[in-house]
Design a binder for this molecule. Structure first.
Ligand SMILES: Cc1ncc(COP(=O)(O)O)c(C=O)c1O
Length: 311
């Protein structure tokens, strides 16, 4: 029995995806972050950043918290802010899914819309302005070392406990906090483990993920912590989401589709190995997206051009 919803953050399950394995010697495992209380991996970093800021006296009781987010961080912040008595304001790009806005409203967050065509940087600038001008605490997920540190101290430790002899770790790139923090700890555990990130094609939109070519490099990102990066088209991510439904009965988020596609791409060069994928959220928010319009074909675009970039 848990005394508090916040004690349910993290400790997510890992499951083997036997029906997705591309060859007998290659085994795929998914860490299901959608099982966090507000439905995504972002509960981890929001709880961690707020807890540290409160303990260090940088965040006062009842102080407003503001952040730029395309969805999951905003929802996690709205939930945790509500629980801890902090009003929350989220700057959301105006192409966010309707359900995201509804969820933020239900949790009592104030919403400021930023033009999506100006990129995430303009939403971050707006959040910074609110923090400066109105005395709100800026969560600052793109810039604070607490973001990767949280994954270093929690997510990665769980992965090592669940599958100590893993060979490859694959996740999506948004703020890059997951890849940076989990990557650092896994390399300390075993330097041979490969850290691979999935990102969308420039100009394409996959909820939660960002192309680093789109003009904003998160300050916490460091390319030398990755062994490879795989650029995934939306069409291939959507197809992978459908395969997860069909083969495994898993209702996954769009970035999880991109991660599965990237993992399968990486597996083409493996004969044996254990591959852990981080599925950042589940599919509920995306039921109105083309990935889940199951009676419609996914637009072509399968030109085989998804690239593997090596460092
Ligand atoms: C659905 C989803 N997948 C992946 C990510 C990427 O995680 P990170 O910000 O740690 O790079 C995010 C968040 O940005 C997300 O919301």
């Amino acid at each position: 029995m848990s005394q508090d919803i916040l004690s349910l953050v993290g400790h997510t399950p890992m499951v083997e995806l036997r029906s997705c394995s591309p060859k007998p010697g290659v085994r795929l495992f998914a860490k299901l972050e959608g099982q966090n209380p507000s439905g995504s991996v972002k509960d981890r970093i929001v709880a961690y950043i707020i807890d540290r800021a409160r303990r260090e006296g940088r965040l006062a009781a009842g102080q407003e918290i503001v952040e730029a987010s395309t969805g999951n961080t905003g929802i996690a912040l709205a939930m945790i802010g509500r629980r801890l008595g902090h009003p929350v304001r989220v700057v959301v790009p105006d192409n966010a899914f309707g359900d995201v806005i509804q969820t933020l409203k239900a949790l009592g967050a104030k919403i400021e819309l930023a033009p999506a065509r100006l990129g995430i940087k303009s939403a971050i600038d707006a959040a910074q302005e609110i923090a400066r001008g109105e005395g709100a605490f800026l969560l600052n997920q793109f810039d604070t070392e607490d973001n990767p540190l949280c994954h270093y101290e929690t997510t990665a430790v769980e992965v090592i406990e669940q599958l100590p002899d893993l060979d490859v770790f694959v996740c999506g790139l948004g703020t890059s906090g997951t890849a940076m923090g989990v990557g650092r700890r896994l390399k300390e555990h075993n330097p041979a483990i490969k850290i691979v990130a999935a990102e969308p094609r420039p100009g394409q939109y996959l909820q939660g993920l960002r192309s680093l070519e789109d003009g904003y490099m998160p300050p916490i990102f460091s390319a030398d912590r990755l062994d490879g990066k795989i650029v995934v088209s939306s069409a291939n991510a959507f197809r992978a989401v459908r395969e997860l439904l069909r083969r495994e009965g898993i209702l996954a988020g769009l970035s999880s589709g991109a991660v599965l596609h990237a993992a399968l791409k990486w597996c083409q060069r493996l004969e044996n190995g254990k591959v852990v994928m981080l599925f950042a959220d589940s599919g509920w928010k995306y039921l109105n997206s083309p990935a889940y319009a199951l009676d419609e074909q996914i637009d072509a675009e399968d030109d085989g051009l998804d690239e593997v970039l090596w460092w």
